[in-house]
Write a protein that binds this ligand. Structure first.
Ligand code: SAH
Ligand code: SF4
Length: 457
């Protein structure tokens, strides 16, 4: 597979770009790339939409609720465009990439200047130049031709997302992702390692390796080289404090991988392991390719080898055909596993997926009631998980001032728990010991431990 390197330019101007991101980390990373490509054409990033000369919206289509929010946002930009006819609006990503979506979107939002999907980000500068010289442009290609090494220019960024693979081969029956991201393609390890070394040289301390199913990384390589091999190599990169990854499909979670995480010095003891449902008949109809028993046996193995591991998950309620008994099995599984956190979703019909045409779609009021029940149980489990941490000392990577209380600092434990504490801003970017003093459902409060003593307030 060919790799294209993009040239770097040093264009200077007063133009500004504002970027709005919807969706997953992959979408965030893509948006970062589009912002960087715009910066190469002289656009400086801004958070103020009103002062922007270019607004990029990178979209998500995984659920209808995301799409509705995005359509609302695109609609709001119409007024800005009326006040500033020179403003360029670009809409990119998964929502645009959906088969048959472009024509409908163009009709609904004629004020948008650039439409592009997920496969041709590298062409964004050309699209932007086209929109200036010749007017509106839409470019959505069906197949990604090559893995393009997309630029990164971040300096002093503490945490970064790094793509290790693109696409997905799993075709879970509810999911639009394989339809908008294509088939699995793994990036060569040397390229990934090179990118991480560059990030570290520019101040990065933590990377999150991204893929729709990182556990199948390298299945397209000969000779064989798998995700555990990659993790072991990344773990050796000097200066890198922490390595995270997402997402792990339970069917491909090998013992070798679990052991690598246990042995790695910088590999965080956190596994996001989406279960989706606790019922075997629903798992089958979702095409998840594992059973409840297999999933629970993986959890048991993980906990045996990495005793303090933080497990998080994704769960869908109201998948077509989900009975009260099926749902009760999801509740039971959540009680049993005791996740530190769970992302819970109402099933959303995605056109083009197999589940969208399945019989026995669950009524919205039933889905909503089930979601409430599930969230109640998970909130209790999350609180219990954090309460268990109180009194103990954890290694925290200090990220910066707390968003809710800028006088204080925040950071994360290796298990990805958010902690708020008092401390000097010089601690930002450092790994420090923090003793947990108080637990909430979403965050913990802690005190920095200096030379074995807690901070005196
Ligand atoms: N590749 C990852 C993430 C996929 S999308 C994975 O396999 O886990 C993130 C989450 O969105 C999924 O885990 C799933 O729980 C949820 N999701 C995907 N499609 C959905 C749909 N149609 N309705 C509701 N939730 C959905
Ligand atoms: Fe979607 Fe399933 Fe692929 Fe995840 S593994 S992206 S849920 S199809």
């Amino acid at each position: 597979m060919g790799v294209t390197k993009l040239p770097k330019s040093n264009n200077q101007s007063d133009k500004k770009v504002a970027t709005i991101v919807f969706g997953c980390q992959m979408s965030e990373r893509d948006a970062e790339t589009l912002t960087t490509l715009s910066a190469d054409l002289g656009y400086k990033p801004t958070e103020e939409l009103k002062e922007a000369d270019l607004i990029i919206i990178n979209t998500c289509c995984v659920r209808e609720s995301a799409e509705n929010k995005i359509l609302g946002k695109i609609g709001e930009l119409k007024r800005l465009k009326e006040n500033n006819p020179n403003l360029k609006i670009a809409v990119s990503g998964c929502m645009v990439q959906q088969p048959g979506a472009l024509a409908k979107l163009q009709k609904r939002a004629p004020h948008v200047d650039i439409w592009t999907g997920t496969h041709n980000l590298h062409n964004f500068p050309a699209m932007l130049e086209h929109s200036h010289a010749k007017g509106k442009i839409a470019e959505v290609v069906d197949t990604p031709l090559a893995i393009t090494e997309l630029p990164r220019r971040e300096k002093g960024k503490l945490r970064a997302f790094v793509n290790i693979m693109y696409g997905c081969n799993n075709f879970c029956t509810y999911c639009i992702v394989p339809h908008v991201r294509g088939r699995e393609r793994s990036r060569p390890a040397a390229e990934i390692i090179g990118e991480i070394k560059d990030l570290v040289a520019n101040g990065c301390r933590e990377v999150t390796l991204l893929g729709q199913n990182v556990n199948s990384y390298g299945q397209d390589f000969t000779p064989t080289y798998d995700f555990a091999d990659l993790l072991q190599e990344v773990d050796q990169i000097s200066g890198l404090a922490r390595v995270r990854f997402t997402t792990s499909h339970p069917k491909d979670l090998s013992d070798k991988l679990i052991e690598s995480i246990a042995q790695g010095r910088h590999l965080c003891e956190h596994i996001h392991l989406p279960v989706q449902s606790g019922s075997n008949s629903i798992l089958k109809s979702m095409n998840r390719q594992y059973t409840r028993e297999y999933y629970l046996s993986r959890v048991a193995k993980i906990r045996e080898i990495i005793p303090d591991v933080s497990l998080t998950t994704d769960i869908i309620v109201g998948f077509p055909g989900e009975s009260e008994d099926d749902f009760a099995q999801s509740l039971d599984l959540v009680r049993q596993v005791q996740y530190s956190q769970a992302f819970t979703f109402l099933y959303s019909k995605r056109s083009g997926t197999l589940a969208a045409v399945m019989p026995d779609q669950v009524p919205l009021d039933v889905k909503k009631r089930r979601l409430q029940e599930l969230m109640k149980i998970q909130t209790e489990a999350s609180l219990k998980w954090r309460e268990r941490m109180v009194g103990r000392i954890y290694e925290v990577l200090v990220e910066g001032p707390s968003k809710t209380n800028p006088e204080r600092l925040t950071g994360r434990t290796r298990g990805n728990e958010l902690v708020v504490f008092n401390g000097d801003s010089e601690l930002v970017g450092k790994l420090i010991p923090v003793q947990m003093t108080e637990a909430g459902s979403w965050t913990l409060v802690g005190e920095v431990v200096y030379n074995g003593h807690k901070e005196q307030e």
